[in-house]
Design a protein around this ligand. Structure first.
Ligand code: NDP
Length: 234
């Protein structure tokens, strides 16, 4: 395909699976890394998505190497779980900053080049939790629900320039994030999934790649569940 693709949080988990997909398609892929090392054999740029300066510097580096970003995957994300009454304001705002405000930062920065090109694909990685809510994850669910409003608003703003903005809403996926939950919680989660298993990161990457493909040219403002049926009806 030979497009310029930038994936935030591309050093591991879902972001890395997306990077491998786009690389296999022949795209010029850049991944951001923060605390991880950049993945072998890929163009990595350091970026802390909670800093506008860091985001800007990462985009500058990618533009210098490959040219303007044509496909953006806003994937970096964190959890800081806890019940509401025990959730500190710092834990609430840090999750919103990393998961939602960061998506605003990278989307805004990517839109500059996409508007000039009058083309572009933006894919935001949300979660089924943003649609269903989740006890102990008020901060995370709020951030993931916020991505939908962000995507749909920007989809309306940029649609006339052939820029699509879509959301992928995964259920539980086999990554470090779910490994941190522990076996008991993971078993409970799996039991709630109609397909009775958690997803591989590659299964999320396949849908992300589809949304960036020519076949998805007429899809914008959509929320695509990739959740084994967990969020059915939402
Ligand atoms: P991981 O915990 O495996 O990886 C998180 C990624 O986010 C890492 O690449 C990390 O980079 C990056 N990241 C975190 N904070 C920052 C920051 N401040 N600046 C830059 N990068 C940062 O997560 P997953 O792969 O599981 O999740 C990826 C996305 O998918 C997240 O948005 C998550 O919410 C979402 N998701 C995950 C699900 C799951 O079950 N795993 C389910 C639904 C949604 P580094 O390692 O370099 O610090």
């Amino acid at each position: 395909m030979n497009r310029v693709v930038l994936i935030t949080g591309g050093a591991r988990g879902i972001g890395l699976a997306c990077a491998q997909r786009f690389t296999a398609l022949g795209d010029r892929v850049a991944v951001t890394y923060n605390s991880s090392a950049p993945p072998d054999g890929m163009f990595g740029v350091h970026c802390d998505v909670t800093s506008s300066e860091s985001v800007d510097a990462a985009f500058n580096a990618v533009e210098q190497k490959f040219g303007p970003v044509e496909v953006l995957v806003s994937n970096a994300g964190i959890t800081h779980d806890g019940l509401l009454l025990r959730m500190s304001e710092a834990n609430f705002t840090s999750v919103i900053d990393t998961n939602l405000t960061a998506a605003y930062r990278v989307t805004k920065r990517a839109a500059q080049g996409m508007l000039r090109a009058r083309a572009g694909r933006i894919i935001l990685v949300s979660s089924v939790v943003g649609l269903l809510g989740s006890a102990g994850q008020a901060n995370y669910a709020a951030s993931k629900a916020g991505l939908i409003g962000l995507a749909r608003s920007v989809a309306r703003e940029l649609g006339s320039r052939s820029i699509t903005v879509n959301v992928v809403a995964p259920g539980p996926v086999e990554t470090d994030m779910t490994a941190a939950l522990g076996e008991k919680r993971l078993a409970e989660l799996t039991a709630a999934v109609p397909l009775a298993r958690i997803a591989t990161a590659d299964e999320i990457a396949g849908v992300v790649a589809f949304l960036a493909s020519p076949d998805a040219a007429y899809i914008t403002g959509a929320v695509i569940p990739v959740d084994g049926g967990l969020g059915m009806g939402h």
